[in-house]
Design a protein around this ligand. Structure first.
Ligand code: DC
Length: 221
């Protein structure tokens, strides 16, 4: 089998990127974290000091190279995997990723990267817009409090002290922005399988997805 597409969508903090990377490693597929690509656009826009609200200012993307390779994100050849996790990028990425022009550019790159490949791609609109014919579509959910707890834990590990209430609010705000925007809002594809990860460990979710791929779609059997 030369091409096989696994689309994994879900809200902030559902564990998408970690889970997708592990599924890809297990199946020896390529992993593409599309959230990292929108974050890279946001970083570039901030560095260029453009007006983030002005869609026409993103024309710089015509001559900007954004690539996701081996779980690292490159902006014009530079590895910006750490820089895209800054607070400034996190608080502006919803606004940047809502511009149709930005989305069309990223979707083109994402589709080209998946063409002819075995890919696990994660994001918000993979099963609905980017790869509507994906072989397997998964929609990950987890309740807000659990997602906030995970995010709180990540912050602690990075030495960042936050109030739990603020983290819950941050997740709620991003959920609202991601699911109410006009262009490609976060939405479950009709044919996606929903996995609620609230009471599951990362490994349990990974194994469930691999089971779905192998049992229901016969991949590798
Ligand atoms: O998954 P993440 O938190 O790294 O994603 C960052 C932002 O990018 C998120 O707020 C929504 C946006 N995004 C998107 O609009 N479409 C995608 N396919 C992936 C992410």
């Amino acid at each position: 089998m030369s091409q096989f597409h696994i689309a994994i969508d879900g809200p902030a903090g559902s564990g998408k990127s970690t889970i997708s990377a592990l599924v890809a490693e297990n199946l020896q597929f390529i992993h593409i974290d599309t959230g990292a690509m929108y974050r890279a656009v946001t970083l570039a826009a901030i560095e260029k000091n453009i007006d983030l609200a002005d869609e026409s200012a993103y024309v710089f993307l015509e001559t900007t190279d954004i690539k996701y390779v081996n779980d690292a994100i490159y902006l014009d050849g530079n590895d910006v995997s750490n820089l895209i996790r800054s607070d400034q990028v996190t608080s502006n990425v919803s606004q940047v990723s809502a511009h149709p022009y930005v989305r069309h550019k990223m979707v083109d790159i994402q589709r080209n990267a998946a063409k002819g490949e075995k890919v696990v791609m994660d994001g918000r609109d993979i099963g609905t817009v980017v790869l509507p014919n994906a072989d397997v579509k998964i929609f990950l959910t987890a309740d807000v409090l659990e997602r906030a707890k995970r995010r709180y834990g990540e912050y602690l590990r990075k030495g960042r002290i936050e109030r739990m209430d603020d983290v819950i609010e941050e997740i709620r705000v991003r959920d609202h922005k991601d699911s109410t925007r006009k262009e490609s809002p976060l939405r479950k594809a009709d044919d996606a399988i929903v996995l609620d990860t609230t009471y599951l460990t990362i490994d349990e979710v990974v194994m469930k997805i691999i089971d779905i791929v192998k049992k229901e779609h016969g991949y590798g059997l």
